[in-house]
Design a protein around this ligand. Structure first.
Ligand code: FAD
Length: 405
């Protein structure tokens, strides 16, 4: 019998493997991993690990008992071709693997900045432990200003880490506020203020036109208005693209760019091909509560979809119905967020409970009184309560939201 094969060696792949064994799958299991490591945690790469406050072993906690899965883990060998009709997978080492069932969990890759100078030394992207080691070494070793292009989660977290390491930071974003696309301008402003208070030189509505170099090494950036900002290292953090190339090569249905791209899966996380499921950052799954497909690029979703894809492949038939969740840590702000807001136009009110000034509050994004999403800042273990408000049959009413804490 051909083995069950998982492609990808990240969090979603790991949870798929673990769940297969937990659920009693006893057949052969092969995990094809592009990176030369067993699965590891990425969130610390922009936080404590980057700052040197956590060591490498803290990353390899995704699945400490990996050996129990009795899986053939092939590290450093990406899959390069997929023939779904023949149930065959081609690997970079020239071998071909037959599979009985396949879960794709190939994650995503940071987007490069499409401007001159992107390939200079000292220009960083951040996804892997090697990326983090290189960035950490330059953050520790250098003295000049750090330029961060992109004011999404990774850019903001690295800005916080770089400040905590004593570096001067200029952070560039194109929106009216950082994180605007996810949080809207009201809460984006809270994060802007947090960074301004810590001394970050925050540039809003600013496009970078060029990365400047001397002798092959980045020495700064130039804005579209022609202003030059000197820097001895540049982090490009302008979002990620799903690694959907293998799925595309296999002829699997992909989601359009307007919906965030990725591999289209049905309610059980099955792709358009027989015996192939997808999990983690690449999967664009229908979210029944929001009535649309969403591709979520976050830690908890990699876990939830990994678990779900394994169960689905074993025949559970259950529909995936988790809500998107993510967290961040920046300076002394920690937060948890549950739900989904399609953009700044998708909500009509932002209701705050608690004190923004003291950075202990909860906030809800509502549309016609219904809660679309909630965020708890420095307030813990309230995700279940936020979920109840999001799923409530009747709009909970503003008083209930304002007295949430
Ligand atoms: P990945 O972790 O990307 O793993 C996919 C793996 O598949 C990779 O190792 C890749 O090399 C491999 N692969 C790709 N193509 C192939 C192929 N053809 N063959 C074989 N293998 C292949 N989320 C949060 O919610 N909160 C946070 O605070 C947070 N912080 C983060 C900080 C950083 C620096 C980064 C990079 C991410 C962070 N995330 C955070 C996001 C979270 O880590 C990801 O959503 C999660 O790792 C996704 O898991 P995955 O298994 O889908 O993909």
């Amino acid at each position: 019998n051909a083995p069950f094969v998982i492609v990808g060696g990240g969090l979603a792949a790991s949870k798929t493997a673990q769940t297969l064994r937990d659920e009693g799958y006893e057949g052969d299991l092969v995990v094809v991993a592009g990176e030369p490591h067993r699965p590891y945690e990425r969130p610390p790469l922009s936080k404590d690990y980057l700052r040197g406050d956590a060591d490498r072993s803290a990353l390899f906690t995704v699945d400490e008992d990996w050996y129990r899965h009795n899986a053939d883990l092939r590290t450093g060998v990406p899959a390069t071709g997929l023939d779904t009709a023949a149930h065959r997978l081609a690997l970079a080492d020239g071998s071909v693997l037959e599979y009985s069932k396949l879960v794709l969990a190939t994650g995503s890759t940071p987007r490069a900045l499409p401007v001159p100078g992107g390939d200079l030394r000292g220009v960083h992207l951040l996804r892997t432990v090697e990326d983090a080691d290189l960035l950490a070494a330059e953050l520790k070793g250098g003295e000049g200003r750090v330029a961060i292009v992109g004011d999404g989660w990774i850019g903001m977290e690295v800005a916080a880490s770089a400040r905590q390491m004593g570096r001067d930071v200029t952070l560039f974003g194109m929106g009216a506020q950082p994180l605007e696309r996810v949080l809207g301008p009201e809460m984006g402003l809270v994060f802007a203020q947090l960074h301004l208070d810590k001394g970050v030189d925050l540039r809003r509505r600013t496009e970078i036109a060029k990365i400047l170099g001397e002798d092959g090494r980045a020495v700064g950036v130039e804005t579209a208005e022609g202003e030059r900002v000197d820097a001895d290292l540049v982090l490009v953090a302008v979002g990620v693209a799903p690694n959907a190339g293998l799925a595309a090569a296999g002829g699997l249905e992909l989601r359009g760019r307007d919906l965030g791209g990725g591999v289209a899966v049905d309610g059980t996380l099955r792709t358009s091909a027989a015996d192939v499921w997808a999990a983690g950052d690449i999967a664009s799954a229908p979210y029944p509560h929001y009535g649309r497909p969403i591709r979520v690029e976050h830690w908890q979703t990699a876990i939830d979809t990994g678990v779900h894809a394994a169960k689905a492949a074993l025949g559970s038939g259950e529909a995936f119905d988790k809500l998107p969740y993510f967290f961040t840590d920046q300076y002394d702000l920690g937060m948890e967020y549950l739900g989904f807001v399609a953009g700044p136009d998708a909500y009509d009110e932002v209701v705050v409970s608690g004190s923004i000034e003291s950075l202990e509050f909860a906030v809800f994004w509502t549309k016609a009184g219904r809660v679309l999403a909630g965020m708890a800042v420095n307030t813990w273990d309230r995700v279940g309560d936020i979920e109840a408000l999001i799923r409530a049959e009747e709009p909970p009413g503003e008083d209930a939201l304002r007295s949430f804490r």
